[in-house]
Design a protein around this ligand. Structure first.
Ligand code: C2E
Ligand code: MG
Ligand code: MG
Ligand code: MG
Length: 281
């Protein structure tokens, strides 16, 4: 009895694994088609300043699957990263974001908005990454000083010098960099001051736990102090409540991003009369 059950369990386990593998392969095939057919869309999440005014947006990819509905980048970016699809997708994201930036640059109410774009480690490691970004900026005439590229600490692992060199070249034409998910990765404080970054983004996990106890509040306070000591702007991610916003504001945080103000929205939601929720002015 026990023996046959054990065998059944093993068979079941194997077919579950097989199913997962098949599902992943199917997702990979569908993603390849999606990347080519523009089923992927950019949504934009505002970053606001301490007065609740929009400072800019972060472009976030959304896959609008014809049958499965909206698929989160958490589920498809890692799949895209297993093939050259991430390079095609990444380039499309940069182009689309830069085109939008040009649209906003013609609008007096929007021309101060920055556009942050997430890049993948595979993109950054492309030998001609700098030329690709320069070419897109030139082709559309995008204001380079409004483009912010978001990278994470883990992307620099084993690759720091070459990444710094590329970042410096892009910085020389005005492009800025933000260090995303700060505090969750391999935080090497030895090289932090050497990175040509303009912003650090406090990971949302710290923001989530900050109102739970006093010592958690010290974490965000310390990250803000560190950022300011390095002359960086500090952005808080995942701000969901007034309490979190107030505390971070008191701690001197410069920019805020989160559902308290707005989730990522379609571009047509950002009309001229657009004001994020809970904006004080
Ligand atoms: P990220 O760059 O750290 O982006 C922040 C994520 O937090 C976004 O999830 C955003 O929708 C979500 N978020 C914003 N405010 C709140 C909040 O108040 N509460 C909570 N719970 N979440 C909030 P999303 O859009 O699902 O993206 C997840 C990750 O996928 C991004 O993390 C980024 O690493 C990656 N990603 C998204 N779009 C792209 C892309 O075009 N290219 C690349 N390479 N990666 C992307
Ligand atoms: Mg980001
Ligand atoms: Mg983040
Ligand atoms: Mg992230």
């Amino acid at each position: 009895e026990a023996k046959s059950q054990g065998r059944n369990t093993a068979v079941f386990f194997n077919s579950a694994m097989e199913e997962r593998l098949q599902a992943r392969l199917q997702l990979q095939r569908e993603l390849h088609r999606a990347v080519l057919s523009e089923e992927i869309e950019l949504y934009y999440q505002p970053k606001v300043d301490a007065d609740g005014q929009v400072y800019g947006v972060e472009a976030l990819s959304r896959w609008l699957h014809p049958v499965k509905g909206m698929i989160s980048p958490v589920d498809f970016i890692s799949v895209a990263e297993q093939s050259a699809d991430i390079l095609i997708l990444g380039r499309w994201v940069l182009r689309t974001a830069c085109k939008q930036l040009v649209e906003w640059s013609k609008n007096p109410d929007r021309q101060h908005w920055t556009m942050a774009v997430n890049v993948s480690v595979k993109q950054l490691r492309e030998p001609n990454f700098v030329e690709q970004v320069e070419e897109i900026i030139e082709q559309f005439g995008a204001p380079a000083d409004k483009l912010i590229i978001e990278i994470t600490e883990s992307m620099l692992l084993g690759n720091t010098e070459s990444a710094i060199e590329k970042m410096n070249r892009l910085k020389s034409i005005g492009v800025r960099f933000a260090l995303d998910d700060f505090g969750t990765g391999y935080s090497n404080l030895n090289y932090l001051y050497r990175l040509p970054i303009d912003q650090i983004k406090i990971d949302q996990s710290f923001v989530r736990s900050m109102n739970k106890n006093k010592s958690q509040k010290q974490v965000t306070k310390s990250i803000i102090a560190l950022g300011h000591a390095l002359q960086l702007k500090v952005v808080a991610e995942g701000v969901e409540t007034k309490e979190q916003f107030n505390t971070l504001q008191e701690q001197g945080c410069d920019l805020f991003q989160g559902y308290f103000f707005s989730a990522a929205v379609r571009v047509n939601a950002l009309q001229n009369d657009y004001v994020p929720a809970n904006a004080t002015k």
